[in-house]
Design a binder for this molecule. Sequence first.
Ligand code: SME
Length: 151
Amino acid sequence: MTEALLERVSRACSAGKPFDAAAQEVCALLRKEVPRYNWIGVYMVDGKDSLLLKAWDGPKATEHVRIPISKGVCGAAVREAQTIVVDDVKKDPRYLSCFLSTRSEIVVPIFANGKVVGEIDIDSDKTAAFGDDDRRFLERAAAALASAYVD
Ligand code: SME
């Protein structure tokens, strides 16, 4: 993960671009540049109780377009307001299954005004695909996305 890639993420979120368009560009860019990121989605908090999928890139659509905040790794990241890394999805009871090929997952909250307003969700077909570098990089990507977010 390079500064150059982060720079491209920031450019995708540049001023004036609608949030959903920025999110779509970031999903496509990350999947193209980081081969172990097999499916990438951006969910946004919608109302009090759920997350709604706003953008994604991957081989297949997910059936989890709307996820209750009470459920899944995605819901847990909102409730805990922190990044969650799952090294082996088969061992995490919170995991909501989307793709049979998924082995690990990272969910990174997007903060605006100190509150979680959404998240980046990435699935990998490799076990333990997400390390500290990924976490740091994606937290900065989430901050770039937050800059494109208008409440
Ligand atoms: N696995 C997620 C659900 C979303 S899919 O990965 C696209 C979860 O456990 O919340």
